[in-house]
Design a protein around this ligand. Structure first.
Ligand code: FES
Length: 153
C-alpha cells in the first residue's frame, strides 16, 4: 500500500504517495525531479546522495522518505540564497576547480555545509577526516579540501 506523506524540501511542501520502502533519495529524484542529489552506491558508502535533514547531513539512500514528515530537507538545489547567487561553498568549488566529472559534487557540498553546521572543524586534517564519507572517483580531494578551507577561514 502507498502512504501519503508531506515532505518539506527546500522550504516547499509537497504531498506524495510513496511505498514505505522508498528512500528519500528516490523520492527526491524520481518523484520530485530534484536530480541534483546523486545516486552512487545506494548503500551508504559513497556520500553522493548527501542532503541536509534539519541541518544535519545524511545519506538519503539510507533514509526512508515516509519517516521525514515535518523535517526540513535541504538539497543542493536549495543551498543558494537567491536565484542569482551561489552558496559560498558552491562558489569556492568553482574557484578551486574542486571537481572533475562533477558527479560527487552535490554530495560533497551538502556534506561540507553539514560539517560546518556541526562546528567541529579547526584544521585541514579535520576537513579530511570529517569529509571522508564522501568519495570522489576522480580524486579531486586536494582541491575539494582547498575549497572548503577557504570558506571556513
Ligand atoms: Fe547513498 Fe552512495 S548513494 S551513500
Amino acid at each position: 500500500p502507498l502512504h501519503t506523506v508531506t515532505l518539506t524540501v527546500n522550504g516547499k511542501e509537497t504531498q506524495l504517495k510513496l511505498s514505505p520502502w522508498t528512500s528519500l533519495l528516490d523520492a527526491l529524484r524520481e518523484y520530485m525531479d530534484l536530480t541534483g542529489t546523486k545516486k552512487g552506491c545506494d548503500h551508504g558508502q559513497c556520500g553522493a546522495c548527501t542532503v541536509l535533514l534539519d541541518g544535519k547531513r545524511i545519506n538519503s539512500c539510507m533514509t526512508l522518505a515516509i519517516m521525514q514528515e515535518g523535517k526540513q530537507i535541504t538539497t543542493i538545489e536549495g543551498l543558494a540564497p537567491t536565484p542569482d547567487e551561489l552558496h559560498p561553498l558552491q562558489q569556492a568549488f568553482i574557484d578551486h576547480d574542486a571537481f572533475q566529472c562533477g558527479y560527487c559534487t552535490p554530495g560533497q557540498i551538502c556534506s561540507a555545509v553539514g560539517m560546518m553546521n556541526e562546528g567541529r572543524v579547526k584544521t585541514t586534517a579535520d576537513i579530511r577526516e570529517l569529509m571522508s564519507g564522501n568519495i570522489c572517483r576522480c580524486g579531486a580531494y586536494t582541491n575539494i579540501v582547498d575549497a572548503i578551507e577557504e570558506v571556513i577561514n
